[in-house]
Write a protein that binds this ligand. Structure first.
Ligand code: NAD
Length: 339
């Protein structure tokens, strides 16, 4: 029996994490879920978006499945997602994007993984207005040799253990000569230790164009925090949208699994959110827990249900009339039928 922290999140979070929990149960994996609240529901209850019991629970269990958490735009409390990544030094954000049969998209045969540095640069929260009139603002993006080295190594180790052929480093070292330059330098140095894996680098603006024009050329992509955040939403758009894109936040002592997308307030409470992204986040979690058979089975069933395009939410088939709960049930039925 595994013990796992469950953070339902807010917005569409509770409904899609509930779907993931039910599906993991249906696949027969024994998990004792420790449910804790963070974000908006925690403010309501504890006046704190990241209560100590959340930290304690993740510290104890070392693995968490998390629904999206709202971050107020421009003002208000800082991102709880970023705070969790910092608290547990979850330095690697792994975001795969693989084509789905049956999902209308511009290209097929995309199978890439974005490995995003998750703790440094512009997300470190070093920012302020320079005067009370707010006549200018500064955000300081710190990139360290240690931070760059460990994320690039993670990308190459990931490539090696997943039998991937190429790593593309994405940067802006032509303009950001110090932060971008350091990241690129370190990545070239690390790459030399992996001669069996092809290595290339791309400047971010060119990369954005190439991902839109010819995404099949990419395999593993490693990049700094902000570029990784943006490119991973772009990658999800290439394979059918945010409703399908999972992500893992990995550190030395803990790992948090989630969807790439946010709390989607525009569709919350309507039973129309696609649960797939967080379910596939759960699949990544099961692999992390060495539950490979159950992970493969769930992923296969999710892909089969999506391929049929009947019991899928309206982002995948506008005519389906199917909601989150019905799609979840269709996946559960498929899992039961496959046993
Ligand atoms: P979002 O990802 O929540 O939504 C973007 C668009 O995608 C919306 O139109 C939404 O309806 C759609 N969408 C997202 N998930 C979907 C799903 N499962 N099924 C169908 N459609 C889906 O981005 P946003 O609106 O910019 O952000 C909302 C909030 O989420 C913000 O407060 C943001 O800070 C937060 N956020 C949290 C995380 C996280 O918890 N890791 C990640 C990104 C954004």
């Amino acid at each position: 029996m595994h013990k796992v922290t469950l953070i339902p999140g807010d917005g569409i979070g509770p409904s899609i994490t509930d779907a993931a929990v039910r599906i993991i149960e249906a696949a027969g994996v024994g998990i004792d879920w420790e449910k804790v609240e963070a974000g908006l529901p925690a403010i309501d209850k504890f006046k704190d978006p990241l209560p100590k019991e959340v930290i304690d629970s993740i510290e104890r269990n070392r693995v968490a499945l998390k629904g999206p958490l709202t971050t107020p735009v421009g003002s208000g409390f800082r991102s709880v997602n970023v705070a969790l990544r910092k608290e547990f030094d979850l330095y690697a954000n792994v975001r795969p994007a693989r084509s789905f049969e049956g999902v209308p998209s511009r290209y097929g045969q995309i199978d890439l993984v974005i490995v995003r540095e998750n703790t440094e640069e512009f997300y470190a929260g070093i920012e302020h207005y320079i005067d009370p009139q707010r006549s200018a603002a500064e955000t300081i993006g710190v990139v360290t040799r240690r931070g760059s080295e460990r994320i690039v190594k993670y990308a190459y180790e990931y490539a090696r253990s997943h039998n991937r052929k190429k790593v593309t480093t994405v940067h802006k070292a032509n303009i950001l000569k110090y932060t971008g330059g350091l990241f690129l330098d370190v990545s070239r140095h690390v790459a030399a230790g992996y001669p069996e894996i092809a290595t290339e680098d791309r400047i971010i603006d060119n990369m954005a164009m190439q991902m839109v024009m010819k995404p099949q050329q990419f395999d593993v992509i490693v990049t700094t925090n902000l570029f990784g955040d943006i490119l991973s939403d772009l990658a999800s758009g290439l394979v059918g949208g945010l409703g399908l894109a999972p992500g893992a936040n990995i550190g030395y002592s803990a790992a948090i699994f989630e969807a790439v997308h946010g709390s989607a307030p525009d569709i919350a409470g309507k039973n129309i959110a696609n649960p797939t992204a967080v379910i596939l986040g759960g699949v990544m979690m099961l692999r992390h827990l060495n539950e490979h058979a159950a992970a493969d089975r769930i992923e296969r069933c999710v892909r089969e249900v999506i391929k049929e395009a009947k019991n899928v939410t309206r982002d995948l088939n506008p005519d389906s009339g199917v909601g989150t709960t019905e799609m979840t049930q269709a996946i559960i039925d498929r899992i039961h039928a496959s046993s």
